[in-house]
Design a protein around this ligand. Structure first.
Ligand code: SAM
Length: 228
């Protein structure tokens, strides 16, 4: 049984993305931070075979653009899992105001790899930048998820890789950073998370992001949980 929650323009599913994606039609952009290649085994579901998980997921996705975020120490050969139908476009650095340590290595920045079509060229958006603004590091388990990403970085990615009113998908939603960013920026959002405790966290963050944007509305936009 798959749990589905509608919060404003966000449709959120709790379950395995490989079971849920066949129920979802085409989207504009995927922005996601999948389980990464050197994820400590057991930290997250899927950490025993991250490349197989990503391949199994992307085989089921129909989207024009794909943006995948990994830490700078993640082996990029992981992206062999990206199907040929999305040509590689570019990388962008998501930096922090101070470098973090990853074991003995300095530099906890993340990288966004983008594939497929860029957004249409328009005034002020002809040159796609290689660096996001520097942000404060997100503390480990800052919001109860072991690898929650920076909301500011994800707002920047949503802004560069989708247009207002388009649909953004995150099949590995975690604590809902992509969904909160998409909601704030007026995108429709579809999110999937397999772990119920992170799913509940994502629902709350996306609801909060919607309320902040909807301060003038008197009625709450959240509808009750349903099951598929
Ligand atoms: C790297 S984390 C995403 C973190 C997220 N960007 C955030 O800011 O909180 C990847 C997430 O994918 C989830 N996951 C693992 N296997 C999955 C699957 N088969 N379907 C859906 N989600 C899955 C994990 O539980 C984890 O929360």
């Amino acid at each position: 049984m798959v749990e589905q929650v509608q919060i404003g323009n966000a449709t959120l599913y709790c379950g395995d993305c490989r079971e849920i994606l066949p129920l979802i039609g085409a989207v504009d952009t995927v922005i996601s931070d999948p389980v990464w290649p050197n994820c400590p085994e057991g930290l997250l579901q899927g950490s025993n075979d991250p490349e197989g998980l990503l391949r199994g997921c992307l085989d089921l996705v129909e989207a024009r653009r794909l943006v995948l975020v990994v830490r700078s120490d993640s082996d990029p050969r992981f992206f062999r899992a990206v199907p040929e139908r999305w040509p590689f476009f570019r990388t962008q650095i998501l930096p922090y105001v101070m470098p973090g340590y990853i074991g003995r290595k300095l530099g906890g920045d993340e990288l966004a790899y983008s594939f497929g079509e860029p957004i249409p060229s328009s005034p002020g958006r002809r040159v796609i930048p290689g660096y996001a603004p520097k942000v404060q590091p997100v503390g480990r388990k800052a919001n109860g998820h072991p690898c929650s990403r920076s909301l500011k970085h994800f707002e920047w990615l949503v802004d560069w890789w989708s247009l207002e009113g388009e649909t953004v998908l995150d099949p590995f939603m975690g604590s809902g950073t992509t969904g909160a960013a998409a909601t704030t920026l007026g995108r429709k959002f579809i999110g999937i998370e397999i772990d119920p405790k992170y799913f509940d966290l994502a629902c709350k963050r996306i609801d909060d992001a919607g309320r902040q944007g909807d301060m003038l509305l008197s009625e709450p936009t959240k509808s009750p949980k349903t099951s598929l």
